[in-house]
Design a protein around this ligand. Sequence first.
Ligand code: XUL
Ligand code: CO
Length: 436
Amino acid sequence: MNTFFPKIKKIKYEGPDSKNPLAFKHYNPKKKILGKSMADHLRFAVCYWHTFKGLGADPFGGGTMIRDYNTSSAPMQVAEDTLHAAFEFFTKLGVNFWCFHDRDIAPEADTLAETNKRLDKIVKIAKKLQKDTGIGLLWGTTNAFSHRRFLAGAGTNPSPQVFAYAASQIKKAMEITKQLGGQGYVFWGGREGYETLLNTDMKKEFDHLATLLHMAVDYKKQIRFKGQFYIEPKPKEPTKHQYDSDAGNCFAFLQKYDLLKDFKLNIEANHATLAGHTFQHELQFCVDNGILGSVDANRGDLFLGWDTDQFPTDIYETTLAMYTILKGGGFTTGGLNFDAKLRRQSIDPEDLFHAHIGAMDAFARGLKNAAKMIKDKKFDKALRQRYAGWNTAFGRKIEKRQVGFGELEQYTLKNGEPKVQSGRQEMLENMLNEYL
Ligand code: XUL
Ligand code: CO
């Protein structure tokens, strides 16, 4: 396995003093933190679409990256070569998982039947590569947004024929995800949204989206696929208004349509910021409501209003994210999938390694910092103190709804002006910096 990245050797942990750019300074997979190995905490996955199929194209120009696995004129040869390159990459980098869309691993043919045959061919090879390398599938998904037929959405398309096509595609993608032992399956509503309400029956579209997901749940039971289902919030792009706009909105949707027991969320950092939230906010919302499933680990650029999908490098962010994830019990089926792409000018294959090494180290540092914060309990203590009033008999009575407005008015008339306290934000922010 030394064909497509011949210059790169297996990436090793060399510790914080290493000056080798192709080594981990912080990610030490076997090192135990809070009783679990770093690898088991972080569950890193490489995404197929950006890493192997993205070649630096942007709205103003085509790809800039030339790859040896992309040179054949036969599309299925490219698919095979790319798969081999991918497993060479995963192995050299030392991640335990990968993620893909159906259309990333095998190109679409003229008919659905032919496309499915292509998938079968590639999945057979992928299965063998997984077995040979010990690398597992974190989640699979469907690309029901790139093809022209999905211009007005998949599950929310005004045409039942398109709905049926999307369902057929998801059916197959679930089957291959199961065959590859996928631990999860993601539904990102690529074009489930609208451009103008003048041509959109929003109620119908939400209902149809829920119908599609219910059918997926039924089919999951039918084929005994045990992986976890996730939906992935994103507020805009490609449509002006995406239906799964943020975690709160997804939670309401899942509750309304009785899907809550079957779905968790896949939270993406850049989607959080597009929704006007911090990454930590979206994670915390999920933890609080028992719906944190997996994470697409990337970052946006706050000066740019689109999904720049950059590799995560900000230790402040990764520390807060890992703090929230650990406090929420950590990952079970999910993990940290680098849904991130190289910048257009980073054209060399080794840039793929630099990007992932930096991202893995950034999360490894986040994990170490968060573990210290948890052990020290300083933030826990500050939070407890702030809400201490609720642990008094008076506070508990309110929480248990044993008193109403009348009793509270009596209390206020008797006790007068409440005592106010400082939020201590600056002190807490300073305290956080001590861990970075
Ligand atoms: C798009 C995005 C997707 C999903 C999988 O913004 O994040 O790549 O993660 O379909
Ligand atoms: Co994503």
